[in-house]
Design a protein around this ligand. Structure first.
Ligand code: NAD
Length: 479
């Protein structure tokens, strides 16, 4: 039985931020940078805390509390999602903004880190109110120069999506019209100059991260697993944007999704859950529970402790704590969410021989594709538009030359496959895959060179800190 005190939202945020800082401090000792520079890299540069009123549907007023934290401007613009949740607090947003800086550095996306949060439960507001809140929040950011294509570029996070981003771009463009205004936010709908592949990018990136780890036979041998995704048992907590897509791509690669956790309860089926069918069932019934032959699991978060090879927490922070860490059976934890494993829990998991793929690497797919969306908005041309047909014609000529030389005619299906020029989605997915593969190689190499780091998280921090320090030093800010 747990003797841990249940923390309120502010306390969870503060613990999360303290954990991020302690991960940073621990990693710093493996770098050789001056203390003052490390301090500059660690602390958030600017925090804007705001309060504004909205009219409720019964004619009353409600005061909304919100934040935007710009953690590091060593590269501009700064970038990070906007969270709509009741649990949002100043420290939570600082923790998330800090992670954004290290995420961008780690995967070589040339942005500084930032994050926004609005303390509301979106389920308690009508669409009209959510639009009013989003537009007012954007107006506050515009007034203080906390948003703009070369200043600070938000994106979706927990509780927000393409709809909110389209309200943001519309409000921004009205207040600051200009040729680059579309680049003020990413994760927009396609009709508002979003990019193909952004919606699924974070979950897809989580899958690539897990796949990279699982494909290294000697690492898997140490965990008592075979290499490859096929037949790996996976549990995903949080069936939203990140969790759903991570589960979907793991399933497509041959893994068996044995468990899915949500707020209303969790599902377990050792024979595997059909991810798309569970989503359909949730849309129809309002809950994931009572799905076909699956077992309903209660309390919801006990699903984290069920038998599986790979656990993907993709809901919120502070899910695996010192209380439940000793009971986690998964051998690999792929952090889809930010901060799902506390620092104390990480110690317990590492001592138990588990492999943890840290959040700011594993969920970097979202910001990677957001970067491509921002480039597309600034260049005003979609990826693939210029070269797709040219490549296709070139490939056809090559196929014809081979056919003439060999006297063998290629079948129609193969001809189409071989000749296809890449469209926007192909290029986005290929860039995402490349970034996630390189990111894993980078972290693993740092870890192998400095085994005393003791974890992929510390190795990832070391790698990111080095890159940020070089950016500061090369800029001559610390002469
Ligand atoms: P989302 O709002 O689309 O989905 C989150 C889901 O988690 C919701 O369905 C919610 O009901 C569920 N949930 C909340 N608490 C839960 C709990 N205790 N147990 C089980 N389920 C719970 O949010 P998202 O965009 O998928 O974000 C999830 C996490 O991923 C967050 O930590 C976020 O910061 C991180 N992240 C998101 C993105 C992105 O592009 N959306 C990028 C990087 C990181």
């Amino acid at each position: 039985m747990s003797n841990q005190k249940t923390l309120n939202h502010d306390e969870v945020g503060t613990k999360f931020y303290r954990d991020v800082l302690s991960f940073f401090d621990f990693a710093s000792q493996f770098t050789k940078h001056p203390q003052g520079l490390l301090e500059q890299i660690k602390v958030p540069n600017s925090t804007y805390e705001m309060r504004f009123p909205i009219r409720t549907d019964d004619g009353n007023y409600q005061v909304i509390q919100a934040w935007r934290v710009q953690h590091s401007q060593h590269k501009l613009p700064v970038k990070g999602g906007i969270r709509f949740a009741e649990s949002v607090s100043a420290d939570e947003v600082k923790a998330l903004a800090t992670l954004m800086t290290f995420k961008c550095a780690l995967v070589n996306v040339p942005f500084g880190g930032a994050k926004g949060g609005v303390k509301i439960n979106p389920k308690n507001h009508s669409e009209r109110q959510l639009e009013a809140i989003t537009r007012r929040y954007t107006t506050e950011l515009v007034k203080k120069d906390f948003i703009g294509p070369s200043i600070d570029v938000p994106a979706p996070d927990y509780g927000t999506g393409a709809r909110e981003m389209s309200w943001i771009v519309d409000t921004y463009s009205l207040l600051r019209p200009g040729i680059n205004a579309l680049g003020c936010v990413t994760g927009k709908p396609l009709s508002q100059h979003g990019i193909r592949g952004r919606t699924e990018a974070t979950g897809r990136g989580v899958f690539f991260a897990v796949r990279e780890a699982v494909n290294i036979p000697e690492d898997m041998k140490k965990l008592g697993l075979t290499a490859g995704m096929k037949d790996k048992k996976v549990i995903v907590q949080g069936f939203g944007n990140v969790g759903y897509h991570a589960a979907l791509y793991c399933q497509e690669a041959g893994a068996i999704i044995v468990g899915i956790g949500e707020c209303e309860g969790s599902l377990y089926d050792e024979n595997g859950l059909d991810v798309a069918e569970v989503l359909k069932h949730r849309r129809e019934t309002g809950s994931i529970l009572n799905f076909k032959n699956a077992k309903n699991v209660s309390p919801a978060n006990s699903i984290l402790e069920y038998e599986c090879d790979i656990l993907i927490p993709a809901a919120l922070e502070n899910q695996i704590t010192i209380e439940n860490a000793p009971r986690i059976k998964a051998k690999i934890i792929g952090e889809g969410a930010n901060g799902p494993v506390t620092s104390g829990a990480e110690q317990i998991l590492l001592e138990g021989g588990k492999l943890i793929l840290p959040d700011f690497y594993a969920n970097a797919g979202g910001v990677t594709v957001s970067y491509l969306e921002w480039l597309k908005n600034l260049s005003r041309v979609s990826f693939g538009k210029i070269q797709r047909r040219y490549t296709e014609n070139e490939n056809l000529l090559m196929i014809q030359a081979i056919e003439n030389a060999t006297g063998v005619r290629v079948g129609e299906d193969l001809r189409q496959m071989l000749s296809k020029g890449p469209d926007e989605r192909d290029l986005v997915n290929s860039a995402l895959e490349e970034v996630m593969i390189k990111g894993y190689q980078d972290i693993r190499e740092t870890y192998m060179q400095t085994p005393k780091t003791g974890s992929l998280r510390t190795a990832a921090f070391v790698s990111a800190i080095d890159k940020i320090a070089i950016a500061y030093l090369d800029a001559g800010i610390f002469p």
